[in-house]
Design a binder for this molecule. Structure first.
Ligand SMILES: [Fe+2]
Length: 283
């Protein structure tokens, strides 16, 4: 893939935003062979079963007994019939299939010159494909990865919230998350709504989602296909490890400062946590 996936204007917008600010981007992946429905069916069949999240769909309110399906739809059928109410499929870590690994690496390779001077080497490159019915909602959550969500078909609105707002999520929520004690889904209170920025994207558009920026997603009126391309960096690992170290400090009665925002690198606390982790591993 040699042609440019991100037009020059989008590269400028991304360069101005990365890594701390949400931004609306554009891309040239529409009509790509690997994103056609039948290609996605083949991808679903090639991925290990555990890498697929699948909701085969709700029945309509009124249905004759003889019309009730005997068994739920398979993943392949759900992908082919994604226009039907309430169904969705997530294909996780698509890089396990070589063609998609090359695809993901080619896409992210086009952003390397912007990303790496700021946050270090791009690591743990992972891709996810979301295939969902009209109206589907992804609940409020945050993710530890750098992420760009590219809309391939249909539309969605992602409402993104500030990363640093500890009035919404205390430092303890972050720490528990990095230690595997808190689910990625976050508690929602209606009072949060005013703090969010809704970003609408349709096919050909994308959103840069900063590390740990809380968000929730509402699909539009059409079936939707989105590709999420994610990576970790020295900077994101250090933020996560500094959070884990703060958990240790809090347990001995201290009130540690939260990791500092980019461009601070949080190296000291990250190294301290890595040393503790190593000792614990050796114990
Ligand atoms: Fe997310």
């Amino acid at each position: 893939m040699t042609e440019s996936i991100f037009p020059p204007e989008t590269r400028e917008v991304f360069a101005a935003a990365y890594p701390a600010t949400p931004a609306k981007l554009t891309h040239n992946l529409l009509g790509h062979d690997l994103l056609a429905i039948e290609a996605l069916v083949c991808l679903a069949e090639a991925l290990p079963e555990g890498e697929i999240e699948h909701n085969p769909g709700a029945l309509p309110i009124g249905i004759k007994p003889e019309d009730v399906p005997k068994s739920s739809l398979s993943v392949s059928e759900t992908i082919r019939k994604i226009g039907e109410a309430g169904s969705w499929v997530v294909l996780k870590r698509i890089e396990q299939v070589p063609a998609y690994r090359d695809f993901l690496h080619a896409i992210l390779g086009q952003l390397k010159d912007i990303v790496e001077p700021r946050t270090g080497a791009m690591m743990q490159l992972e891709g996810f494909i979301f295939i969902s019915s009209p109206g589907a909602v992804t609940p409020f959550h945050f993710d530890p990865e750098h992420n760009i969500l590219l809309q391939i078909r249909g539309s969605k609105v992602m409402t993104v919230f500030p990363v640093e707002d500890e009035a919404m999520f205390s430092a303890k929520v972050h720490e528990d998350y990095h230690l595997g004690l808190h689910h990625r889904n976050l508690n929602w209170f209606d009072g949060y709504a005013a703090k969010g920025t809704p970003i609408a994207i349709s096919a050909g558009e994308a959103i840069h989602v900063p590390v740990k920026a809380p968000h929730w997603v509402q699909n539009g009126d059409e079936p939707s296909i989105s590709l999420s391309i994610t990576w970790r960096s020295d900077w994101s690992y250090a933020e996560a490890d500094a959070r884990a170290f703060n958990h240790v400090l809090r347990k001995i009665g201290l009130r540690p400062a939260s990791p500092a925002a980019f461009p601070a690198r949080n190296t000291g606390k990250a190294m301290a946590w890595r040393a503790i982790r190593k000792l614990r591993g050796a114990a």
